[in-house]
Design a protein around this ligand. Structure first.
Ligand code: FPP
Length: 239
C-alpha cells in the first residue's frame, strides 16, 4: 500500500465480528471459549478505535437470529455480555466512551437490561467514542419497528404521509442521531451483510477480512482503515 499514513479517518465504523466458532474449532476449544476470546478482541478494538479518533463504533454482538442457537450457547453469550458490561463499565467511562445498545430490548433478560440502562446512563455525556452494541438486533425488525411508529403517527394525524422523508425515517430507527457508517468490516472471509444496518449502509464502504474475529488485531483494524482511505466514495455521483 502506497500511503501508510492515516489521513482520512472514518467517523463511523461498523463491524460484524464473525468466526468465533470456527476459530474455536480449529483450536479444539468450545464455541463459548471462542466467544470469550472474541469479547477480549472487541475490547482491544474499542480502545484502538478511540485512540485513532473514530467517533462511532458499532459492534454486532448478538443478532435476532442468534436466539435460535443452542440454549447453552445463548446463555453463555448472555453471561459474557453481562460480564463485559459489569467489568468494563468503569474503564469505558474513564476512556470517555458512551455506550448505546441497539436492538429488541424487550427480549433481553432483566439483569442485562438493567445493566445496559445503568451503563448508558453512566456514560451518556461522554464524547470520545460512541460504542453502539447491537444486541438482539436485526435490521429488518428495526425497519419494521420504525415503519410501525411512523404509521401510528400518521393514523393519529401527528404526521402527514407527504412529510415522511429519509430524515424522519432515520429518526425512528434504533440508530437515531448516529451518522451512517462510513466503513463496514466483516471478518472470517464471509461476504454478507446478514441483516445488519441495512438502511444505514446504503453508501458504506465494505471491507472483508480473511481472518476469524478472535485473530483480528488493532493492526488489522488499522489496515482496514487504510483500505477505506484509498477508496473513492462518490455517493452515486459521476466519476
Ligand atoms: C460470530 O461468530 C459471533 C457472534 C455470533 C457473537 C459475537 C460475540 C462476541 C464477539 C462476544 C461478545 C461480545 C462482547 C463485546 C461482549 P460465530 O459464532 O457465528 O462463528 P462461526 O460463524 O465461526 O460459527
Amino acid at each position: 500500500m502506497s500511503n501508510r499514513h492515516l489521513t482520512k479517518i472514518p467517523h463511523h465504523v461498523a463491524i460484524i465480528m464473525d468466526g468465533n466458532g470456527r476459530w474455536a474449532r480449529g483450536q479444539s476449544l468450545s464455541r463459548l471459549e471462542g466467544h470469550k476470546k472474541g469479547s477480549e478482541v472487541a475490547r482491544e478494538i474499542v480502545t484502538a478505535a478511540s485512540r485513532i479518533g473514530v467517533e462511532y463504533l458499532t459492534l454486532y454482538a448478538f443478532s435476532s437470529e442468534n436466539w435460535r442457537r443452542d440454549p447453552h450457547e445463548v446463555s453463555g453469550l448472555m453471561a459474557l455480555l453481562q460480564h463485559y458490561l459489569e467489568t468494563e463499565a468503569e474503564e469505558l467511562h474513564k476512556e470517555g466512551v458512551r455506550l448505546k445498545v441497539i436492538g429488541e430490548r424487550s427480549l433481553l433478560p432483566n439483569t442485562i437490561l438493567n445493566l445496559v440502562e445503568h451503563v448508558e446512563e453512566l456514560t451518556k455525556r461522554n464524547k470520545t467514542l460512541t460504542l453502539q452494541m447491537a444486541i438482539s438486533y436485526g435490521s429488518r425488525a428495526e425497519i419494521l419497528h420504525a415503519t410501525q411508529e411512523i404509521a401510528k403517527k400518521t393514523r393519529d394525524h401527528r404526521l402527514d404521509p407527504e412529510d415522511i422523508t429519509e430524515k424522519i425515517f432515520n429518526e425512528h430507527l434504533y440508530t437515531a442521531g448516529i451518522p451512517d457508517p462510513d466503513l463496514l468490516i466483516r471478518t472470517s472471509g464471509e461476504q454478507r451483510i446478514s441483516n445488519y444496518l441495512l438502511w444505514q449502509v446504503a453508501y458504506t464502504e465494505l471491507v472483508f477480512v480473511d481472518k476469524f474475529w478472535p485473530e483480528f488485531t488493532p493492526e488489522d483494524f488499522m489496515e482496514a482503515l487504510l483500505t477505506y482511505q484509498n477508496r473513492e466514495r462518490r455517493f452515486g455521483t459521476a466519476a
